[in-house]
Design a protein around this ligand. Structure first.
Ligand SMILES: Cc1cc2nc3c(=O)[nH]c(=O)nc-3n(C[C@H](O)[C@H](O)[C@H](O)COP(=O)(O)OP(=O)(O)OC[C@H]3O[C@@H](n4cnc5c(N)ncnc54)[C@H](O)[C@@H]3O)c2cc1C
Length: 409
């Protein structure tokens, strides 16, 4: 991201007026966080609410704070973003459906987009007018995403994309997607990949929602049936897609484990309130569970701070992104177990239509997904083992072999 170091003309650049502007906006547009939320992002009303919220944020000059004004950002600094995140932690921002759009696709556009791509796509992404999704995983390529099979073949000034993606969060409401596809099968698996921007209004893009155990349909299968993409929508350089994918995964891990706002908000206060309401706050066992959760949430803040400081210092987040992500998924499971312990049998059975009771069970079922999305806990442990502890790499008998010579299902 281009850091804004020049003197800014915005009246809210100083800390106090900025804080006041953020608080004023949150008070007028959001509710204070006082309860756990379910995340059924397939709810069209929630997506609509998100788009409206983001438009208001954008109009207030508070969207995409550190991004250049030229491309629709607020032209402020990463410090402003930190302050915003700190204040926003106590509020429910209805922007869940933008988590991939803004947490991953926007920094990718900013870092790798051409001027033309930035001019065409960034402002609408920032204002929430267009929502983006990320298409990496395939039925035969998840943890080992570099082995993917979706093909992109050149035809004149266009690329023709054919193949299937899976687990694509938000594809059912997304307007655009960042897709990684194989552009040269004769190169080793990490080398013949490229990233493309695909418009989901193209009828050759077929989206089929998947039903989850929690009842929602947050992710999808996506089929590209000879989808034609202009060569101007190649993101980054040809056959350099793996480098882009690694960057995007880092943005994802940082978002999940160390992002600001409600995604990484402390949730122990919600459970403390629940324990009080159910008269369980004096139970020594429950108190122990709650203090464990509270302490680990404080530790998460420190880990998150370390990652954000590293990003603010201009470094690309390295394995600390994996530490933050792994910690985030451990916390999600801790919260799940603590909530079930407190809510008791009401977490397993409730009257139909009792949304207040249902949300605890939905949250419980959804918690495991955090350990899978953005790379599983095992994959994060591999990265930490290799890059922090300097343990030997996993052996790969096909290292250096061309992708098309490696056997696969
Ligand atoms: C909530 C959610 C949202 C998602 N959103 C998206 C999205 O928007 N876009 C997208 O592209 N994908 C998305 N995914 C997919 C996700 O990235 C993959 O599910 C994940 O990378 C794992 O791949 P897989 O499911 O194919 O499992 P596999 O890779 O088949 O892994 C199966 C098991 O083997 C273990 N394993 C695999 N390799 C190793 C290894 N080398 N060492 C040790 N253990 C290993 C794994 O940890 C896992 O337990 C999402 C997933 C979830 C749960």
């Amino acid at each position: 991201m281009q850091e804004n170091t020049q003197t800014l003309d915005s009246p809210i650049q100083d800390e106090e007026p900025f804080r006041a502007a953020v608080l004023n906006f949150l008070e007028g547009n959001c509710e204070r966080v006082n309860e756990s939320e379910s995340s059924l992002e397939d709810d069209p009303e929630r997506v609509k609410e998100c788009r409206n919220f983001q438009k208001e944020l954008f109009n207030a000059g508070l969207a995409a704070l550190p991004y250049s004004k030229e491309y629709g950002g607020a032209g402020l600094t990463k410090k402003h973003q930190e302050l915003f995140d700190e204040i926003a932690r106590d509020w429910r921002l209805p922007n869940g459906p933008l988590y991939i759009s803004h947490g991953m696709c926007l920094p990718m556009l900013d870092q790798y987009g051409t001027d033309e791509q930035k001019n065409t796509f960034m402002k609408e992404c920032i204002s929430g007018e267009k929502i983006w999704c990320q298409l990496f995983s395939e039925p035969g390529a998840g943890s080992d995403v570099a082995s993917l099979s979706t093909r992109a073949s050149r035809d004149g000034d266009e690329w023709v994309i054919s193949g299937q993606k899976v687990w694509t969060s938000g594809a059912h409401y997304a307007d655009l997607g960042m897709v990684i596809a194989r552009t040269d099968p004769s190169l080793p698996k990490h080398k013949g990949l490229s990233m493309f921007i695909i418009d989901f209004s193209d009828p050759s893009v077929e989206v089929k929602p998947l039903k989850q155990i929690s009842g929602g349909s947050g992710f999808n299968e996506v089929f590209f049936n000879e989808t034609r993409v202009p060569s101007s929508q190649l993101l980054g350089d040809l056959n350099q897609g793996w480098n882009l994918a690694v960057s995007m995964l880092m943005f994802e891990r940082v978002s999940i484990g160390a992002g600001g706002g409600s995604l990484t908000a402390d949730r122990s206060p919600t459970l403390i309130e629940l324990a009080k309401a159910l008269d369980k706050n004096t139970d020594p066992h429950i108190r122990q569970i709650l203090s464990n959760l509270w302490i680990r949430e404080k530790i998460r803040r420190f880990i998150g701070q370390r990652v954000r400081d590293s990003v603010a210092a201009g470094r690309v987040p390295g394995p600390e992104g994996s530490i933050a992500k792994l910690n985030g998924s451990l916390l999600a499971r801790l919260f799940r177990d603590a909530s079930m312990e407190i809510i008791g049998t009401s977490g397993q059975a409730w009257e139909i239509g009792d949304e207040e009771a249902e949300k605890w069970s939905v949250g419980c079922l959804a918690a495991s997904g955090v350990s899978i999305a953005g790379g599983t806990d095992e994959v994060q442990r591999n990265i930490i083992g290799e890059r922090v502890l300097a343990l030997p790499k996993e052996p790969d008998p096909y290292k250096g072999a061309s992708w098309d010579s490696v056997p696969r299902n």
